[in-house]
Design a protein around this ligand. Structure first.
Ligand code: PMP
Length: 290
């Protein structure tokens, strides 16, 4: 059997309330969420055997489940307990943790009442990736109107366009795509939120058309506690030229420095500084292990 991830995995998966070994955790090809998306998930990270912001991730997961009309039988506390059991069973110190909730294989009917709602939680080793000097371009794909896609919902369906945008960025030699929203304003990257720095002041787009990430909220609080001024404002792509630094945030990515953004075919912004980014990178790394 092919191992589905490049990362090393932890051997036990919490699968509908039981522990199943990695190789036995299987689903049928008729699985509804494989055909029509509509699965809800979270991306979490354990540090020193504890999941950072588990309560916040679980709240967001439950909200995603409600938005998708998934009738989950597990409560908030059941989900928290299942995570603690997964950590203990696998002796996890540091890991990327993925709870996933999906519709089963009982029917191909789009909204059939016969469909079961299933849940798993698995963990893989968190892989160190490039931390600074990432190259972005502004994608031609734009985030849909919030009335076309539930923006606060981590639903597999929302990631279709993100996959296309990231693939396209890679094919053009960039690390990731920066997406504009339906109004043409700066929104976020494929799986991270974006921040800029101008004269030591931190600026980030208003989170009304993209996922208001848990790391984004943590960084805003952390930066303010460190004495930085943080402003949430609407940002036109033309304004990027004025900024001194750019960084992105996310549970998996943590805090990553951006080296350049290709604003269009003929214009590229190169960021010459990274002192605020480095400061926040260091402080975030301390915070997650407190
Ligand atoms: N935006 C999108 C679209 C994402 O998928 C993620 C990753 N969950 C983020 C932003 C960052 O969110 P968080 O900090 O909660 O991981």
């Amino acid at each position: 059997m092919t191992i589905a991830v490049n990362n090393k995995f932890f051997p036990f998966i919490w699968f509908n309330g039981e522990f199943v070994s990695w190789f036995d955790a299987k689903i049928h090809v008729l699985t509804h969420s494989l055909h029509y998306a509509g699965a809800a998930y979270e991306g979490e990270r354990a540090y020193n055997g504890k999941i950072f912001k588990l309560k916040e991730h679980t709240e967001r997961l439950i909200n995603s489940v409600k938005t998708l009309h998934l009738n989950l039988k597990y409560s908030f506390q059941d989900i928290i307990d299942a995570h603690q059991q997964l950590i203990a069973k696998n002796n996890i110190e540091d890991a990327y943790v993925r709870p996933l909730i999906w519709r089963g294989d009982e029917s191909l009917g789009l909204a059939s009442n016969l469909l079961s709602v299933n849940m798993l939680i698995l963990a893989v080793h968190s892989v160190p990736r490039k931390n600074s000097n990432l190259k972005l371009h502004i994608s031609n794909w734009q985030k849909p109107h919030p009335k076309a896609m539930p923006i606060e919902c981590k639903s597999s369906g929302n990631y279709n366009m993100m996959i296309i945008a990231e693939k396209e960025a890679q094919e053009k030699g960039f690390d990731d795509a920066l997406l504009l929203d339906w109004r043409g304003l700066v929104a976020e990257c494929t799986t991270t939120n974006v921040f800029f720095v101008q004269n030591e002041k931190i600026i980030t787009p208003v989170a009304d058309a993209f996922l208001n990430g848990i790391t984004r909220q943590t960084i805003i609080k952390l930066a303010r506690n460190l004495g930085y001024s943080v402003e949430e404002k609407y940002i036109n792509p033309e304004e990027i030229d004025q900024f001194d630094e750019c960084f992105i945030t996310g549970t998996a990515a943590e805090v990553k420095g951006i080296g350049s953004i290709a604003i269009n075919e003929s214009k590229q912004k190169i960021f010459g500084q990274s002192s605020v980014t480095l400061h926040l990178q260091q402080e975030y790394a301390k915070l997650v292990r407190l």
